[in-house]
Design a protein. Structure first.
Length: 216
């Protein structure tokens, strides 16, 4: 069922892309389906990929890719999420691409999240993905608290090591602030509600806006 929902929400996301847009693409299984849908629709848009896997898929689909530095501001960014809670917080980074995903999302005037219904939770919880510097990672993770490197996961394309925080997430904003202030933490997978313009959720074959509940 959830694979069907991912396909439905990815098609809805693809329909948001209009000719002339500068579009950021995240990563993960839903984004892979999104790229396939964009390859079929072929809007005359320019794209930035947040991960190497998305870049490969986008090139295979015939999408026009450029580096983010060449575009600067994006009109739209589209990505999935591992968790979306009732307050609008996201947890991302199950695929270890959260650092680049956050950069792409922050560069967009409109960041839209595409999820199947199983990604909705009342409150976000651990694990929270981290990217940490390769210099003294044990020291960095000791400062974070209940965190450890992800086993058998290669470094990010930018050389950072991937870890997860398993401690409490009672106050996401306080935790995000603490992680941001921890030396050695490159980025974490907590995405604040104000970064997100819309969340599209698929339930069966119906896709609606998370904030309005209106079918699309």
């Amino acid at each position: 069922m959830y694979e069907r929902e991912k396909a439905a929400v990815s098609r809805a996301g693809a329909r948001l892309v209009e000719s002339g847009m500068r579009v950021g693409l995240g990563s993960g299984s839903t984004v892979t389906l999104l790229v396939e849908a964009l390859g079929e629709l072929r809007p005359d848009a320019t794209y930035v990929a947040a991960s190497l896997s998305t870049e490969r898929a986008a090139r295979a689909a015939g999408l026009r890719l450029v580096p983010l530095d060449e575009l600067g501001e994006l009109d739209l960014a589209l990505d999935g999420s591992d968790q979306v809670d009732d307050a609008g917080w996201l947890v991302k980074g199950g695929g270890a691409a959260h650092t680049r995903e956050k950069i792409v999302a922050a560069a967009a005037r409109r960041f839209v999240v595409l999820v199947s219904s199983d990604k909705l939770v009342p409150r976000i919880g651990p694990p929270v993905p981290l990217e940490v510097l390769s210099f003294a990672p044990a020291v960095t993770l000791a400062r974070v608290g209940d965190a450890r490197l992800r086993p058998e996961t290669p470094p990010s394309p930018d050389g950072g090591l991937i870890a997860d925080y398993f401690g409490p997430v009672d106050d996401p904003r306080a935790l995000a602030d603490r992680l941001d202030a921890t030396p050695g933490v490159v980025a974490h997978g907590l995405f604040a509600p104000e970064l997100v313009a819309d969340v599209l959720v698929a339930r069966g074959d119906t896709v609606s806006g998370r904030r309005t509940g209106a079918p699309l």
